[in-house]
Design a protein. Structure first.
Length: 223
């Protein structure tokens, strides 16, 4: 019988062979990646890309410039990302934290251990576990596994975890069974998102799924 680690790695390699490397997260700088992680809440990446393009065109995709910018102007620039007033406030909260505590430079976070840094991020109003972990993994290259609804669907349907799970339990499934490798966590999460979006939907498409060869249940309409 396969161990959880063996099954997770089998899933990873099946998905990697099928989809290929995903090259996540799109962004030219770690700060851009962090901004994207905040703006992508409750919207598609297409909309986030438009908002980031606006910030770039205005020459203000920079911590200090955004720190000095008034909220109304920021709201206008990020409007394509949706919920622009809420997201402008969340983004301002993050930038205020970064500028007030760390001089507006993500490099100044390098000496802070991951556990403490995660707690600081979670203490920022509007930053939840998925966003905090996305910033840690994709912007700061910390070995923290990001989980989401797509991850939950795949893991529940393949029997690795029960449906009554919380974020921490799902994250622990990966972090307690895999080596703390930021590159592996990055690629694995991206592949699970692709699987959830294309195949492991609330009403799954199991036959063409790259994981169809593994034991799975089709009767779980997991949102």
């Amino acid at each position: 019988m396969k161990t959880t680690r063996e099954l997770l790695l089998e899933i990873y390699h099946l998905l990697l062979d099928f989809f290929g490397p995903q090259h996540w997260w799109p962004g030219e700088t770690p700060f851009e990646v962090a901004v994207g992680a905040i703006l992508t809440q409750n919207t598609s990446w297409t909309n986030v890309a438009k908002a980031i393009a606006n910030l770039k065109a205005a020459g203000c995709l920079d911590p200090i410039k955004l720190y000095e910018m008034d909220s109304e102007q920021l709201e206008l620039l990020i409007r394509p990302a949706g919920y622009f007033r809420v997201k402008a406030k969340r983004l301002k909260n993050f930038i205020n934290w970064l500028c007030d505590r760390y001089g507006g430079d993500l490099k100044n976070l390098e000496s802070i251990n991951t556990s403490r840094l995660r707690q600081e991020l979670l203490a920022i109003s509007g930053i939840g576990p998925e966003t905090a972990d996305s910033i840690l993994l994709y912007a700061l290259n910390r070995p923290v596994f990001v989980v989401d609804t797509y991850t939950a669907r795949v893991m529940v349907r393949h029997g690795l975890i029960g449906p009554d799970l919380d974020y921490q339990q799902l994250q622990d499934l990966f972090m307690s069974n895999l080596e703390p490798d930021a590159a592996l966590f990055n690629e694995f999460h991206a592949l699970l998102v692709m699987t959830g979006k294309d195949y492991c939907k609330p009403h799954p498409k199991c036959s063409p799924c790259p994981l169809a060869s593994l034991p799975h249940r089709t009767d779980i309409e997991y949102e």
